[in-house]
Design a protein. Structure first.
Length: 117
């Protein structure tokens, strides 16, 4: 089992940048694929990006391709989401998750990102 804690959210203007962090604790963090998701008010949670345990494969939602970058440092048990060229529609609570048995089994508590126009 792994526990996840997100940080790095905040208020930023359109076009600005933020870097989110997701710190994991518990056994085997480096063996999990990790993902970032977000949920805007009144909307369903949606996939943003994911990264395989090795860090060699990454996947992105079309809406963030070219603007967001997911990375991980297994020595620090941490996954990052670098967000550039932020837009008001990126406003949401961002969650990180760990994959186990082909499902997103473990979730953090979320961090708020607000992009002002």
């Amino acid at each position: 089992q792994v526990q996840l804690v997100e940080s790095g959210g905040g208020l930023v203007q359109t076009g600005g940048s933020l870097r989110l962090s997701c710190a994991g604790s518990g056994r085997g963090f480096s063996s999990y694929a990790m993902g970032w998701f977000r949920q805007a008010p009144g909307k369903e949670r949606e996939f943003v990006a994911s990264i395989r345990w090795s860090g060699l494969r990454t996947y992105y939602a079309d809406s963030v391709k070219g603007r967001f970058t997911i990375s991980r440092d297994n020595a620090k048990n941490t996954v990052y989401l670098q967000m550039n060229s932020l837009k008001p529609e990126d406003t949401a609570v961002y969650y990180c998750a760990a994959e186990e048995s082909s499902r997103w089994a473990y979730w953090g508590q979320g961090t708020q990102v607000t992009v002002s126009s």
